[in-house]
Design a protein. Structure first.
Lengths: 120, 108
């Protein structure tokens, strides 16, 4: 059974870098099959915002609104993928989810989420 | 970006009622639309994709319809376990995948 688990710092100071890792079990993230690996966030009490994703090939695509600050990468040897968001502000406080999509970009598996608070 | 607008923002209905949620896209997305259910404290769960295809394991009381800009999620016979917030998501415009603002469903 596929499982995704986020990990990383839950508190980040303004202007610093948010870093999260998603560990995948039950499937190899570079096995292909048309799956890609995503980060999505949800500010407290608000809706969902897609951040970006990485393909098994290493290709990445980002939400244009966050593109200048985001990097997503994969560590195939550890079956993990990671999110880095630089120059954070309070507006980046959110529950961060990692997720898998199929070729059609529907998210069929999600992690439980990691709350990241940006505060001094 | 394609904006997704859901209505209503919340709905309260009795057990057994039929509940309808609408999602409107700011430009056509063909049938590239999904619906998710998010229960309190949990991650979203994929219910429907391709506007009307039920994800494996989802009860048949859930159904989806629509194409282009207007879509509907229907719960035929609301159950207590359906209390959740429901989100639509368009998958037509990449790399700018976008979600609706959500509809909270409660039991009256």
């Amino acid at each position: 059974q596929l499982q995704l688990q986020e990990a990383g710092s839950g508190l980040v100071k303004p202007s610093q870098t948010l870093s999260l890792t998603c560990t995948v079990s039950g499937a190899s993230i570079n096995s292909g099959g048309g799956f890609s690996w995503h980060w999505i966030r949800q500010p407290p009490g608000k809706g969902l915002e897609w951040i970006g994703h990485v393909w098994p090939s290493g290709s990445t695509y980002y939400n244009p609104s966050l593109k200048s600050r985001v990097t997503i990468s994969g560590d195939w040897s550890k079956n993990q993928f990671s999110l880095s968001l630089i120059s954070v502000t309070a507006a980046d406080t959110a529950l961060y989810y990692c997720a898998r999509s199929n070729l059609d970009y529907y998210f069929d598996s999600w992690g439980q989420g990691r709350l990241v608070t940006v505060s001094s | 970006d394609i904006q997704m607008t859901q209505s209503p923002s919340s709905v309260s209905a009795s057990v057994g009622d039929r509940v309808t949620i609408t999602c409107r896209a700011s430009q056509p997305v063909s049938r590239w639309l999904a619906w998710y259910q998010q229960k309190p404290g949990k991650a979203p769960k994929l219910l429907i994709f391709g506007a009307s295809t039920l994800q494996s394991g989802v009860p048949p009381r859930f159904s989806g319809s629509g194409s282009g800009t207007d879509f509907t999620l229907t719960i035929s016979g609301l159950q207590p376990e359906d209390v959740a917030t429901y989100y639509c998501q368009q998958a037509n415009s990449f790399p700018a995948l976008t979600f609706g603002g959500g509809t909270k469903v409660e039991i009256k």
